[in-house]
Write a protein of this length. Structure first.
Length: 280
């Protein structure tokens, strides 16, 4: 896996975790469109082609633009299917070839490539993680999702040990460094934060801060729990499109403005540590 290389190196942003339902594909789509609207050439790869949440989102976006006769910024898109070969070694070699071809093709013409990984531990997911310049891991703001990052003492919430996923990220970091001395900037995105301050929310935040120092990630505030994200998905749209698209019956209230600001804050956090992605 460490031998993958592409002729031109685009910035690679990976959305990854090993738990579904965290808003990973929604975050990926908003990052893609936000960067497109900032003037970058963006590629998108769905590494979970069977469920194809990102792929279907992008298809809906193309269909919406065509039906309305409007010009929406679109990424160059690709999907990498899991191999159906019986031999594990042959299947992994096949997936490596497919992945390398897709990433190489998009890197040749894009500034940034965004990868949406499966919500499970797969060989393709590990390939994607090892290519990351920036890894974004959305988690719902609870100790249920925190278990994906670390085992926590139930009495005092101290971190007992990193989880299997955190260990996988550590291995990806080692492979990335051994290949080209590159480093992975890991961002844990506290998603679906409630509006009210609660003890559990404070405890999760304090435990995350302790774990961040131990295994090396940054935390950012993610997206609140808002119905508009689900409404826009069916049309292939994001909050970055609403002002430019009329006739949707969506009133940009304070909640929507706040959500849009959350997206901009996430993109700003990515750019902060990404070499070559100057603020635009």
């Amino acid at each position: 896996m460490s031998g993958i290389s592409v002729e031109k190196r685009a910035q690679v942003i990976v959305l990854g975790n090993e738990k579904g339902g965290s808003g990973k594909s929604t975050a990926a789509m908003h990052v893609i469109v936000g960067l497109l609207r900032d003037g970058y050439k963006v590629g998108a790869i769905d590494l979970d082609a069977r469920q194809a949440t990102l792929g279907l989102y992008l298809e809906a976006r193309v269909a919406f633009a065509k039906a309305r006769g409007i010009d929406l910024p679109q990424p160059l898109a690709a999907a990498v299917q899991r191999s159906e070969l019986d031999s594990r070694a042959d299947a992994e070699a096949d997936e490596t070839t497919r992945f390398t071809a897709a990433l190489g093709a998009l890197s040749a013409s894009c500034d940034i490539v965004v990868l949406d990984c499966p919500g499970s531990d797969t060989f393709l997911s590990r390939l994607g993680h090892a290519q990351a310049d920036t890894l974004i891991t959305p988690i719902n703001d609870s100790f249920v999702d925190f278990a994906m990052l670390a085992k926590v003492d139930p009495d005092n919430h101290d971190v007992v040990r990193p989880s299997i996923y955190s260990e996988m990220v550590w291995e990806a970091r080692k492979r990335r460094f051994s290949r080209d001395r590159g480093r992975i900037d890991w961002i844990v995105m506290r998603n679906r934060l409630g509006a009210t301050e609660a003890r559990n929310k404070r405890d999760v935040g304090a435990t995350l801060d302790a774990l961040a120092k131990r295994i090396g990630f940054r935390t950012v505030r993610g997206f609140g729990e808002r119905v508009i994200f689900r409404e826009l998905y069916l049309q292939g749209l994001t909050l970055m499109d609403v002002k430019e698209v009329g006739g949707l019956g969506i009133h940009m209230g304070m909640s929507h403005v706040a959500a849009r600001n959350e997206v901009r804050a996430l993109i700003g956090a990515i750019k902060k540590a990404a070499p070559g992605l100057e603020l635009r």
